[in-house]
Design a protein around this ligand. Structure first.
Ligand code: SF4
Length: 362
């Protein structure tokens, strides 16, 4: 794979400013949050969006061995699963009955899967829920499919688009700093490869989310570098729909249990990152999401006071954080999301994946 054409050389003054914001604590953190909240009000108003979506992770069989991951299992392990066609269909029908507008699907790198497996999944969704937005697969799954089939990333995207893929998950980013990635996920993607695949997706009209997974071995300098890379991509392609900070769920992971990582981020770190994201990204990535499945609903609600304007989705059946030991559940009904947003003094609105408002709950 060629390296990215985006020059993501980082600016030192910008880096220092980001580090300063990320390190804010006490009253300086409160001031940062107020600034972020004011910018949020100017940039996107008081509406807090959410999406009625469902997750379908069709296989967790994977031998890549990322140390932060407790979702993956080897064939024959007690927690290993590979959904059958009937089970996938059942999931699709459950989501349809709930009225989901988005199906989100990422899976392990299952050696028994190939491009046709992915095509079949998309066809099944299209056939049984034709209008749903399919937001699926990670840049790593795309790279692996390209390698497995001996074709280019562009060809993989073209094939998947033909079958109904609408947008790509901006996951597998973890921390976009290679010496951190070597410790977290040495068999996955390099930073340049992640940037390359995301950029190709954007150039082919496939929008993606942007994420960071933090609270393990990274430093604030690494976080600042990660944010700068995302901003550079967005300035170039405008392909990110939102930014989602994802705190590490540590409980059942090797990374934590072997003493290599801290026990996730703290609440103050979470708030500082949300506020920094709004201040740094707001003009180019106006949608900043809180992740209730990672932080719990009360903390996600608190994050709305730190610059966030999106509450994520209902999920229906979340497995990745759940397997890692997240105590925050796998489904959040939209009536509860609406209550939490209203209680935060804001206006709830259901949206599409691409942030078109479907319904405002005034
Ligand atoms: S993060 Fe993905 S690629 Fe890595 S071990 Fe888990 S399922 Fe496999």
């Amino acid at each position: 794979m060629e390296t990215s054409t985006i020059d993501y050389k980082l600016r030192q003054d910008e880096h220092e400013n980001l580090v300063k914001m990320l390190k804010s604590r006490g009253r300086s953190l409160l001031r940062l949050m107020i600034k972020a909240d004011e910018m949020r009000e100017q940039q996107v108003g008081d509406i807090v969006t959410f999406v009625r979506n469902q997750n379908i992770n069709f296989s967790n069989i994977c031998y890549i061995g990322c140390k932060f991951c407790a979702f993956a299992a080897h064939e024959g392990d007690s927690k290993a699963y590979r959904l059958t066609k009937i089970e996938i269909l059942d999931n699709i029908q459950t989501g349809k009955a709930y009225g989901v507008s988005e199906i989100c699907a990422t899976s392990g790198i299952d050696p028994k899967a190939n491009l046709e497996t992915y095509r079949r999944f998309l066809r099944l969704v299209r056939e049984h829920n034709p209008d749903v937005h399919i937001h699926a697969f990670s840049p790593f799954e795309i790279k692996w499919l390209a390698r497995r089939e001996g074709i280019s990333v562009e060809e993989v995207f073209a094939e998947l688009k033909k079958e109904g893929l609408d947008s790509l998950c901006g996951t597998a980013a973890e921390i976009l700093v290679d010496n951190v990635r070597e410790k977290l996920c040495p068999n996955k993607l390099s930073t340049a490869e992640w940037v390359e695949i995301i950029t190709i997706a954007h150039e082919m009209g496939i929008r993606t989310t942007s994420t960071i997974m933090y609270g393990h071995i990274e430093t604030v300098d690494d976080v600042a570098e990660h944010l700068q890379i995302l901003r550079k991509i967005q300035e170039e392609t405008k392909g990110f729909t939102e930014f989602i900070p994802l705190p590490f769920i540590h409980y059942n992971t090797k990374l934590y249990n072997e003493g290599l990582a801290r026990a996730s981020s703290t609440g103050m770190e979470d708030l500082a990152l949300l506020a920094t994201s709004r201040i740094y990204f707001g003009d180019v990535i106006p949608n900043i999401q809180v992740s209730w499945v990672k932080t719990g609903v009360k903390f996600a609600q608190t994050g709305l006071a730190a610059g966030a304007n999106d509450f994520g989705g209902t999920l229906l059946e979340e497995r990745i954080s759940n397997y890692a030991g997240s105590p925050h559940g796998t489904f959040l009904d939209e009536s509860e999301i609406i209550r939490l947003i209203k209680e935060a003094g804001r206006v709830p609105a259901r949206r599409t994946t691409s942030y078109k408002i479907i319904e405002i709950f005034d």
